[in-house]
Design a protein around this ligand. Structure first.
Ligand SMILES: *[C@@H]1O[C@H](CO)[C@@H](O)[C@H](O)[C@H]1NC(C)=O
Length: 127
């Protein structure tokens, strides 16, 4: 039984090596399960291979300093690479906002207060 496990592990490692070496510019995106496996387990360099950020399960489709990010929500790369939101702010649609007072992003991104309410401490409240 034990040797069977070892064999399985070896096969996995070999498969991994094949998948990783298979990713090169212009080779197209790997499909399905392999995508998730790769994006979870292997740190791929998006400066060389921007396509890795488009893999399903990636943190975002943009590449900043070799990391896949979502520029519309990443507080360290809000709207553009390296744009940090100051303390207490969150990134919504690529803009740093204060969720405690922002009427369009009250408490969280996209939580819009209606015209009769205002955002107070992150909650749409009727004054
Ligand atoms: C980035 O975040 C926005 C807001 O959550 C989401 O709609 C969008 O699909 C995300 N993009 C990627 C590539 O994950």
């Amino acid at each position: 039984m034990k040797s069977l496990n070892t064999l399985f592990l070896l096969a996995m490692l070999m498969a991994l090596a094949v998948f990783v070496s298979g990713i090169s510019p212009g080779s197209g995106e790997p499909k399905g399960k392999i995508n998730r496996f790769l994006s979870d387990r292997v740190v791929l360099k998006c400066d060389k291979y921007p396509k890795v950020c488009h893999i399903k399960g990636s943190a975002g489709s943009d590449c900043c300093k070799n990391k896949c990010v979502n520029l519309s929500t990443d507080v360290s790369n809000c709207g553009k690479c390296g744009k940090k939101c100051s303390y207490g702010k969150i990134c919504c649609e690529g803009k740093c906002v204060n969720p405690r007072t922002n009427e369009k992003h009250c408490g969280k991104c996209g939580n819009k207060c209606n015209s009769e309410s205002s955002c107070i401490y992150g909650m749409c409240s009727y004054a």
